[in-house]
Design a protein around this ligand. Structure first.
Ligand SMILES: [Fe+2]
Length: 383
């Protein structure tokens, strides 16, 4: 077997490290910066410390605050046009996964012809990108650490990924102070999403000793700090743990894939408008129960990380991982299963069908899963 591990080029981290943004820009030869974010972040002013730092250092900047929650091919073109209009030679992405995915994809179009849709798939981007610096303000997606941008194709339908090593950021700034304002519900949902990234990468078929190390540490940090971050948003140490964990999980799954939880969660029709992190959380216990016998050692380890103290045999411990996850969700006021969130039983066959056909994700799951098995699994929570 041959494995290749890739990751971002430079990680600057620590409380208040956003002040280092101008130095990072200059190190990369940047003299004019475009800041990319979404309207919600811009309204809340989360990107202000970045603007202030650039201002103080005399680096001219312009704000593009139209990144979409589900970035489309058209929105990528408009973001790239904003960078060209401003003659930006360094691009900052600041925000959650959508803002960062928009930044990575728009930067592709600054050195490569559009539309971005021609690069859907693996390694199709021909030329390297201009300097890109990513600053996450949620602790969940890990997008700052990955080489993928997930975009909606409004013409042909569906969501597609542009994946290229060129899309790894030149620098990532991890500043937990920027995450202090995240509301409790978002903290909980995005934090569980990060845990699920680490877990699905850890138990998946493509796991390596390198990704295992990243994913184990990510899960440990989340298990020890997510409750604190949820009940006390200003707990800076807990916020820092969550940000590190999200980034490490991103470094892990960027080199593997996710698994059945992401396959089922992303198959739920968009019309329900359920946040990604919520779907990951509410589906986790069911899918962990389904998977545990395929990787008993690893699920036993997950149970211990989630606080299981009993030292039963491996299989009994592995089975309790799902129960421990359930207990964590209860503390975070998240219900398990799709039913509490209004997903109609009649939609389950469609969800199961779509999930089973997601070869990228199901192909990495430790247990093979057919549409019939996934349907049985989902139905079990509707009895
Ligand atoms: Fe996710």
């Amino acid at each position: 077997m041959l494995y290749i591990h890739t990751t971002v080029k430079r990680i600057v981290h620590g409380s208040g490290c956003i002040k280092n943004a101008p130095a990072e820009a200059r190190r990369l030869g940047g003299t004019r910066a475009l800041i990319v974010t979404d309207p919600g972040i811009a309204k809340a002013g989360v990107q202000k410390p970045l603007e202030d730092a650039l201002e103080q250092d005399g680096i001219p900047w312009s704000l593009y605050d139209q990144a979409e929650l589900e970035p489309t091919v058209d929105s990528i073109a408009s973001c790239a046009a904003a960078a060209k209009d401003f003659k930006a030679d360094v691009i900052f992405g600041i925000g959650g996964g959508s803002a960062l995915d928009t930044t990575k994809a728009a930067a592709v179009l600054l050195t490569n012809d559009g539309p971005i849709s021609q690069y859907f798939g693996m390694d199709k981007v021909p030329l390297p990108l201009p300097p890109v610096i990513l600053v996450p303000t949620t602790a969940g997606t890990g997008s700052e650490m990955t080489s993928i941008s997930v975009l909606a194709d409004t013409k042909k339908g569906g969501k597609w990924g542009v994946v290229s090593d060129h899309m790894y950021a030149d620098a990532v700034l991890l500043d937990p102070e920027l995450t202090l304002g995240l509301p409790p519900a978002v903290t909980a949902m995005t934090g569980i999403d990060a845990f699920v990234h680490a877990m699905e990468s850890f138990v998946g078929k493509a796991a390596t000793p390198i990704t295992d190390a990243l994913n184990l540490q990510a899960m440990k940090l989340i298990a020890q700090s997510i409750r604190r971050a949820y009940v006390n948003g200003s707990d800076l140490a807990a916020r820092a743990d969550m940000l590190y964990a999200s980034a490490m999980a991103g470094m892990g799954f960027s080199n593997t894939q996710n698994g059945i939880i992401h396959a089922v969660g992303t198959a739920v029709p968009r019309e329900y408008h359920l946040p990604h992190g919520l779907l990951m959380a509410c589906l986790a216990p069911l899918c962990m129960k389904f998977n545990h016998m395929a990787q008993p050692e690893k699920y036993a380890e997950i149970a211990r990380i989630l606080g299981e103290k009993n030292s039963d045999d491996t299989l009994a411990l592995a089975e309790r991982a799902a129960e421990r996850m359930h207990a964590l969700l209860r503390d975070l006021d998240i219900n398990a299963g799709l039913r509490p969130y209004g997903v109609k039983r009649g939609d389950l066959p469609l969800i199961a069908e779509r999930a089973a056909s997601n070869a990228r994700l199901i192909g990495n799951n430790p247990r093979p899963a057919t549409a019939g098995q996934i349907l049985t699994l989902l139905e079990s929570s509707y009895l």
